[in-house]
Design a protein around this ligand. Sequence first.
Ligand SMILES: [Zn+2]
Length: 237
Amino acid sequence: MNISQARRFLGMCDRILVITGAGISSESGIPTFRGAGERWRDRHVSELATPAAFEEDPRLIWDWYSYRREIVARSEPNAAHIALANWAKGRTGVTLVTQNVDGLHERAGHPEVAHIHGSLWHNRCTECDKEREDLALLYPELPRSPCCGALERPAIVWFGERLPAKTREQALAAAMDAEAIVTIGTSGKVATAASLVRIGKLRHAEIFDVNPEHSCIEANSRFAGLAGEIIPQLLAA
Ligand SMILES: [Zn+2]
């Protein structure tokens, strides 16, 4: 389908799953922090985003997340976040699943967002796993939970950790049920996105992929280009 056919098709669907990845946020200037070659303070990102690294040096890991919060706090949602939010607000049956932890969908006014990799703006109690929102940019002292007075960790899904069960179930249900799936800025290398698409495809959902680079998403229609340019055309409110 071309873009106007796709827009008409999506306009007729009752149940749509939208999956967003790092590509939509990189257009707001946010680095992915998941790539194998990426480093911070001379360490590989893959060595920092692990439960073992946090256990060993919580100060270092919180400093890294403070650095990331500051980058996001200085950034703004882009035209893709905004067009998607406005489109979703005007209809029912849209599920947004994001791999991004930055919260830019919420800042664009998106009504409901399922964070499969957690959120940069949530802390989790290391004692009882309760989460709370916290918008602090810096922690002169390591954050402690109001529930148990225990050390808090970033509420992020680190390497080797399981996805949050509730969010995972919600995403699976949406994939099983979707008439269409729109993937935006995801390489398809993240297993979750690829498997949600595969499930949707088996159930005969139409798959649309928006990506400036070639992705391994098994799409029926591909729109090559920046999300900030394509999404406002594809998802006209
Ligand atoms: Zn607690």
